[in-house]
Design a protein around this ligand. Structure first.
Ligand code: NAI
Ligand code: UGA
Length: 449
């Protein structure tokens, strides 16, 4: 099939590349000429495991191309995916300007039947707005009778596992009220659902809602566990054991129950806010979700609170090593990363820092330029070098290379062996046996503030 992906971010690029992998002919369009230049140079603008290989293979096979040429892109696809950003507006609601601009650019150019697919995360009712925007542009061209369908097909991939998630989806949601479009979407996704029947077709509004409800539920699990971890510290329970204890109940399950330094990323914070805001507009205050957000804001400061509980409120003269900056492992994405809050809060309290992240440092350099210029924050090219002369180590992102570090080296490099383990990577009993003072999240009374 002929497919166009509008937007070459995490979602658009992965969608385009993975659809090409199944034999479709795909054109990826972006307004950002620099991204298209990088892609046409045979590289990818983001860090995403396995993506570069898929992109190169399909470009070489002539099934995948990248362009800034809107005419070419709109003409090419029968199915056009809109995968542009939907960042939060000032009040937290989703800003639809990029989605609607993409819709208009389609309406300004299309000359035959198109299936226009909202893949971006968009509030309920957006499909109607997209349909209206396309219709208005067609009307301006005297083409009001031209047929087209608008479909909602929210994306559930996780950064760091995007290719795998796209290729082996748990489910595919298709919101469609147009028979021909539904047929085309089923055919497009057939290679991805061959071994199961998890393509769920529903009305447009339910599909749009499903995406927000899914992210809201996942964020709720995390904040719930983070609050349980706070309590576990007070009552002397270990949240890791509790996690295993409750996860074995199939009604609860093991996923997304890890207490930590708070959730970040481009989606949970933004989508939770947008859902609260949308509900507010309908006169339905979402009390649970409001608390989820508050709990997360508090959680991002927890490691800092533990550091000040240990070293005092004034951290002048103290130096710390920070391992991990990305909002989660296997990505260079720093959007809403808890590390940003932690780094800034420690610097504000007078500390100096040396930070290390396996892939996110270029992005962190951009976002923390002011802090770097102050020379109180430095980056280290290696994890072990970051430890030299620090008063303690803070683990913020659980990259694999931090899972089994050389604890002897940690002990000898730090001024005193103190580890603030923001992702519960190390067993308290082992740390004790090694003579390392370990501050985890909810691992019993030792973690109390
Ligand atoms: N990042 C993720 O893991 C996931 C994101 N989503 C949703 O997907 C959407 C996109 O997210 P990301 O890929 O992370 O965004 P992103 O910010 O990485 O990429 C968006 C791209 O769209 C381009 N763009 C903007 N307007 C355009 C236009 N009119 N024509 C062509 N290109 C245009 C931008 O230049 C940018 O390259 C958002 O709504 C997000 O909530 C959904 C699931 C997962
Ligand atoms: O809508 C989106 O953009 C995506 O948002 C999340 O994916 P992502 O943000 O890439 O990453 P997650 O793995 O969900 O992690 C989000 C945050 O939650 C934190 N987290 C996750 C799991 C957990 O048990 N505990 C926890 O603190 C992570 O450290 C990270 O900061 C969802 O998992 C995807 O299904 C969804 O498509």
């Amino acid at each position: 099939m002929k497919v166009t992906a509008i937007g070459t971010g995490y979602v658009g690029l992965v969608t385009g590349a993975c659809l090409a992998e199944m034999g479709n002919h795909v054109v990826c369009l972006d307004v950002n000429a620099e991204k298209i230049r990088i892609l046409n140079d045979g590289e990818i603008p983001i860090h995403e495991p396995g993506l570069l290989e898929v992109v190169r293979r399909n470009v070489a096979a002539g099934r995948l191309q990248f362009t800034t040429d809107v005419d070419l892109a709109v003409k090419h696809g029968t199915i056009l995916f809109i995968g542009v950003g939907t960042p939060p507006d000032e009040d937290g609601s989703a800003d639809l300007q990029y989605v609607l601009a993409a819709a208009r650019s389609i309406g300004q150019r299309m000359t035959d039947y198109k299936v226009i697919v909202d893949k971006s995360t968009v509030p309920v009712g957006t499909a109607d707005k997209v349909r209206a925007a396309v219709g208005e542009e067609l009307a301006k061209r005297g083409l009001s009778e031209m047929a087209y369908a608008v479909v909602s097909n929210p994306e559930f991939l996780k950064e760091g596992a995007a290719v795998e998630d796209f290729m082996k989806p748990d489910r595919i949601i298709v919101g469609s009220e147009d028979e021909q479009a539904t047929l085309l979407m089923r055919a497009l996704y057939a290679p991805f659902t061959r071994n199961h029947d998890r393509l769920v077709v529903m009305d447009l509004r339910s599909a749009e809602f499903t995406k927000y409800a899914a992210n809201a539920m996942l964020a709720t699990r995390i904040s719930f566990m983070n609050e349980m971890a706070l309590l576990a510290e007070k009552v002397g329970a270990d949240i890791e054991l509790v996690r295993r204890g409750i996860g074995s109940d199939p009604r609860i399950g093991y996923s997304f129950l890890y207490a930590g330094a708070g959730y970040g990323g481009s989606c949970f914070p933004k989508d939770v806010k947008a859902l609260i805001q949308a509900a507010q507009g309908e006169g339905i205050p979402l009390r649970v979700l409001t608390a989820v957000e508050e709990a997360n804001e508090r959680q991002k400061m927890l490691l800092v609170d533990k550091v000040t509980a240990r070293f005092g409120a004034d951290l002048s003269g103290r130096h710390f090593a920070v391992w991990g900056l990305a909002f989660k492992p296997n990505t260079d994405d720093m959007r809403e990363a808890p590390a940003l809050v932690i780094v800034q809060a420690l610097l504000k309290r007078g500390a100096t820092l040396t930070a290390y992240d396996p892939v996110a440092m270029p992005e962190a350099r951009r976002l923390l330029a002011k802090e770097l210029a102050s020379e109180r924050l430095r980056f280290s090219e290696r994890a072990d070098q970051a430890l030299e002369g620090a008063d303690a180590l803070l683990l913020v992102t659980e990259w694999k290379e931090f899972k089994s570090p050389d604890f002897d080296q940690i002990k000898s490099s730090l001024k005193q062996p103190v580890v603030f383990d923001g992702r519960n990577q190390y067993e308290p009993a082992l740390m004790k046996a090694l003579g390392i003072e370990h501050w985890g999240i909810g691992r019993g009374r030792n973690d109390c503030l």
